[in-house]
Design a protein around this ligand. Sequence first.
Ligand code: NAP
Ligand code: F7E
Length: 340
Amino acid sequence: MNKKAIITGITGQDGPYLADLLLEKGYEVHAIRRRGATDNTTRIKHILDHDNFWLHYGDLTDSSSLVKIVNMVKPDEVYNLGAMSHVRISFDIPEYTGDTGGLGVTRMLEAIRTAGLEKTCKFYQASTSELYGKVVETPQTEATPFWPRSPYGVAKLYAYWMVKNYRESYGMYACNGILFNHESPKRGDDFVTQKIVKAAIAISYGEQDKLTLGNLDAMRDWGHAKDYVKGMYLMLQQDKPVDYVLATGEIHSVKECCEYVFKKLGMPLRWEGNGIEEKGFSGDKLMIDCSEDFYRPAEVQLLHGDSTKAQSELNWEFEHDFYSLMDDMVDTELMKHVEK
Ligand code: NAP
Ligand code: F7E
């Protein structure tokens, strides 16, 4: 019998990569999408007709839909990737962010219990390095204390503890993957790496004048989503549920990301000014400036992960470093331009 998995967040970045991986492994994949006024299946077009892939309408804010789907599918594994995942926007819609990313996890865990599957169904929660926020030690490990700095981070902290609580209270196989930033050609347009890639290419084609960013000095540990979904899968293949950090251990600033991408496109950058007044030029042309609009009320300045535990206990390996990740994003976007 094929294993059955439910994935929430299928229309986002990670969902499609995870679905590809599970389908390759012979799983029957049931994915939950919410209804949108416009088509949100662009990233899963290639698997919509796959014999082992099913899409169900549901929403993490709607318990009855989750109970119905879990009861009907009777999954062996649930990967809970759905959330309002944009940190800056979580300050604009804090209540909804908590409803989806926090209470949504409780609803999913309760749906598993309601279906009587708490002893058989394994649960993966998409936890995040945003839990560390105002970091108290560097690099961050599974033992580092948390200090979230946004409604998104706080919602995910509640979710993290609910997962632990259901593990302790009901003996459920439920675990948190504490994932550092991971990107890919499927990354949403309003996350910084994709925003930089798309703008740099549009500027190089004369379709955009300049790029406006926020905090250029923020540092992140950026990996490739394709590598990270393998870690999610591995976390559910163990004898016991354990929480793991996934990270590359390599950090770069937003400014370095700009420098690499613009140089790759033949537009090397030089910088003038500081803070919000800092500007990036290529030759005499203004390429990058900054605006308060893209700062957060509370910034997370540095995230730097240590994934030693996942590498030694799960044998998790990552193929991409920062440069090959950015190459993949730029090359894919360039190809789309050529095909236009
Ligand atoms: P993403 O691209 O923003 O995708 C989020 C997904 O959640 C989308 O499919 C979205 O559906 C869905 N969703 C939002 N609200 C929902 C609701 N109320 N009910 C059901 N589904 C809902 O995020 P991602 O980058 O793939 O990340 C996957 C998960 O990992 C998220 O939980 C994120 O918080 C977490 N995470 C991400 C990173 C990272 O660097 N990427 C790092 C750590 C943790 P629509 O298409 O309908 O909006
Ligand atoms: O910002 C800075 C910004 O929005 C990265 C989510 O997947 O990873 C992601 O959250 C950094 C921040 O990702 C702009 O201030 C500067 O310091 O790409 P981002 P994020 O906030 O780190 C974590 C692990 C998650 O869990 C989240 O779901 O870049 N930055 N200028 C900017 N960021 C954006 N978006 N736009 C700018 O113009």
